[in-house]
Design a protein. Structure first.
Length: 133
């Protein structure tokens, strides 16, 4: 950048950048986002206006990372052993660090026996546009 700044008395200033060194952000430099799931509830349900049996999933999920996120995508997967018997997706906005949010999903189809529920919030610590202070 080569610029002159008017001052009184008249003077000039110059900013010279001799070298630019680029460094790739590494995973070691940024802590991993961390979420914990508590109070997981799996309840029988019906879709309003239908008699078809379904299931509702609710859980309290805490953002234990050092980041505040504008958007967090939360896939919810229901399994019977290793077989997936149901899945859904919710999004949460403005999720501050060290706060908990309830995540809930009612599936619109019949689900068989459920032996495991996976709730794994998805964010990228390299997406600087998704974090705030």
């Amino acid at each position: 950048i080569n610029t002159a700044i008017k001052t009184s008395p008249a003077a000039t200033a110059e900013l010279v950048i001799d070298e630019v060194r680029w460094v790739r952000a590494s995973a070691a430099a940024l802590p991993l986002p961390k979420f914990t799931v508590a109070n997981l509830r799996l309840d029988p349900s019906t879709i309003s206006g239908q008699t078809q049996a379904s299931v509702s999933v609710r859980a309290d999920v805490q953002n234990e990372s050092v980041y505040n996120f504008y958007r967090v995508d939360v896939p919810i997967v229901l399994q019977n052993g290793s077989r997936i018997v149901g899945a859904g997706f919710v999004t949460r906005s403005n999720w501050a660090t060290l706060t908990s949010q309830e995540v809930s999903l009612t599936l619109g189809y019949t689900v068989g026996e459920v032996t495991k529920v996976r709730i794994e919030p998805q964010v990228s610590r390299f997406d600087y546009g998704n974090t705030y202070r």
